[in-house]
Ligand binder design. Structure first.
Ligand code: AMP
Length: 290
């Protein structure tokens, strides 16, 4: 349901912190939804969850340069601020924090503190293909949590490794914020909503739902009593993924989602994660077996 509110736009750390602090002093529970903009239904589902559970929802829109590698798509990451603000306004968001890079990173690079997740969580899945990515994510989220002292923060299951790392980080650093997991929002054909989807050309967009279909094959096989992930994944790669020339598979792996150990035998709470480039657009998706 559309829900028009007076949306406030903040550009500086001080102004958004003052706003959030005054709301809390007035007895409000503040929900925080960090994003990189180019908002889509996935982001909106996080906003809706925050609206349900809190009194005031704050969204940050910041394309964080430190989480992109030198050869990654920072320069072509979509930027649609006007439209994003309209979406926030229509969906009941109270405030948007949209700093520029200098507001978030004023220290020269050689003197900058970074939050570096342990290799155990970092050097696997997306962390292998994107070295330094989660250092950038953990660093910017720490900064954002310090700027926006909300009681609850909303993250998507779609970025399962990111969510896992941020939960561990908040726990380890005693950050007084409750991290809420939101399910992956999908297009009608199953493709996980992503800001990068608009970079897919027509053919790539047609092929892209194969990632989710592949995950669902594992889910059905598991329901049918099969548990040998190595064998199942090998078969799916041979019979489906490698048949599509446009798809370049980065990983298709199973992890225990409570310990983040790699597993070969499927059981409940196994994270099945996939990442692939489709004509150079990098997409990720996952499911958790239950
Ligand atoms: P991003 O703007 O891509 O950094 O994403 C901001 C937040 O939205 C993260 O917590 C993501 O996990 C979440 N998100 C992105 N896509 C989806 C989706 N399809 N469903 C649910 N959450 C999502």
């Amino acid at each position: 349901m559309a829900n028009n509110t007076e949306l406030k736009l903040f550009k500086t750390k001080k102004s958004i912190r003052d706003f959030v602090t005054s709301q809390k002093q007035a007895g409000k529970v503040v929900g925080f939804v960090p994003t990189m903009g180019a908002l889509h239904q996935g982001h909106i589902s996080l906003i809706q969850k925050s609206l349900e559970e809190t009194n005031i929802t704050v969204v940050s829109i910041f394309v964080n340069p430190t989480q992109f590698g030198p050869n990654e798509d920072l320069h072509k990451y979509p930027k649609t601020l006007e439209n994003d603000l309209e979406i926030c306004s229509k969906n009941g968001v109270s405030a948007v924090f949209n700093p520029d890079v200098a507001e978030m990173y004023s220290t020269p690079e050689n003197k900058m503190f970074m939050v570096v997740p342990p290799d155990f969580y970092n050097k696997k899945l997306c962390g292998l293909g994107r070295p330094g990515h989660f250092d950038g994510v953990a660093t910017v989220v720490t900064k954002l949590f310090n700027i926006i002292p909300a009681q609850k923060a909303y993250f998507g299951q779609k970025d399962a490794q990111q969510l896992f790392i941020l939960k561990k980080m908040a726990e380890d650093f005693f950050i007084p914020i409750e991290i809420i997991t939101c399910p992956t929002k999908r297009e009608p054909d199953g493709l996980a909503c992503s800001s990068r989807n608009i970079n897919l050309d027509k053919k790539s967009r047609e092929i892209a739902p194969i990632l989710y279909q592949t995950l669902n094959f594992i889910k059905s096989a598991y329901k049918d009593g099969k548990s040998d992930f190595s064998q199942l994944s090998k078969q799916l790669i041979e019979e489906i993924i490698s048949k599509q020339q446009e798809i370049s598979l980065e990983y298709f792996l199973a992890y225990d989602y409570s310990t983040f150990e790699k597993v070969d035998t499927l059981k409940n709470n196994t994270l099945i994660a996939i990442a692939a480039k489709i004509n150079n657009v990098r997409l990720i998706d996952n499911i958790i077996l239950e």
